[in-house]
Design a binder for this molecule. Structure first.
Ligand SMILES: [Zn+2]
Length: 280
């Protein structure tokens, strides 16, 4: 049963990757992702596969973790008898409220630190709902993709937003392996899903020299990296945030503004200014 649950979690990632790819890069990589989804579905019992697809169509994500005895999808409490059964994972269980499939989140998995909220001086509007001046890196030291992701994740841990930067980086790299999140204009959107305990959290890092994010693919060198920590319940918000960010950075002038910011504060100011009308 654990293998089936892991397969379904991976299937979920593939669906999310496809939705994101469709939005960001048009048809590129879509064929690969669709093939991977089909292959994965073949290994899942037919009733489970159709339940998964129904849930995925109606209210994605179809499978969510149970966190502190609460459904990670709808936030409702799970009856205690079911909590034990989900923990034991001898059968598949669904949330009595939202009907999503549930799994037990390993207690050592990286988490969002609940008390740590983004924003500055209590102001939480626009982009400040998701990020803070201390989550800006104006000049990355890393020179490759893995190092970049690790540097950002370590910073998220050091700043008190997540519990385990290293494992957060591992999750983001597993996602990159499915399909690169790098797109044209030197942008990349690496992320980790199912990180529970708080809201969407965004870090922005700039690489003055540029790093190869997609292994010599068409995206070229990546210079502006938005790393996002995504709790299960915020999947739809994430796609909206992503749409707002890509719209913001369509023009050269906007990207140059971020590239030219020399300090955290300047990068923060530039981001707030640029997203004033695109991220409300
Ligand atoms: Zn639920």
């Amino acid at each position: 049963m654990k293998k089936l649950i892991n397969d379904l979690i991976q299937l979920q990632e593939l669906y999310e990757a496809r939705a994101q790819q469709e939005m960001l890069a048009g048809r590129e990589h879509l064929g690969e992702l669709e093939r991977a989804i089909r292959e994965m579905l073949v290994g899942v019992p037919p009733e489970t596969a159709s339940l998964f697809q129904r849930l995925q169509q109606r209210s994605p994500p179809a499978i969510v973790p149970m966190v502190n005895n609460v459904c990670g999808g709808c936030g409702m409490a799970i009856p205690i008898s079911q909590v034990h059964a989900i923990h034991a994972a001898t059968a598949l269980h669904t949330c009595p409220t939202c009907a999503r499939l549930l799994y037990f989140l390993d207690t050592s998995a990286p988490r969002r630190v609940p008390g740590k909220r983004p924003g500055v001086a209590g102001v939480r509007v626009g982009i400040a709902r998701y990020t803070s001046p201390e989550l800006m890196i104006p000049s990355l030291e890393a020179t490759d993709r893995d190092g970049t992701i690790l540097e950002i994740c370590s910073m998220l841990e050091t700043q008190g937003f997540v519990t385990d930067g290293r494992r957060l980086a591992e999750a983001a790299l597993r996602r990159e392996a499915m399909a690169s999140t790098a797109i044209e204009h030197g942008l990349a959107f690496p992320h980790a899903r199912g990180i529970e305990g708080g809201g969407l959290t965004l870090a922005l890092a700039v690489s003055p020299k540029g790093v190869r994010f997609d292994g010599g693919g068409r995206a070229g060198l990546t210079r502006i990296i938005f790393f996002v920590v995504i709790p299960s319940a915020a999947s739809a918000f994430y796609l909206r945030l992503l749409a707002g960010l890509t719209k913001t950075l369509q023009g050269d002038a906007a990207r140059r503004k971020l590239m030219e910011a020399e300090t955290r504060e300047k990068l923060w100011k530039a981001l707030c200014q640029l997203t004033r009308k695109t991220i409300l």
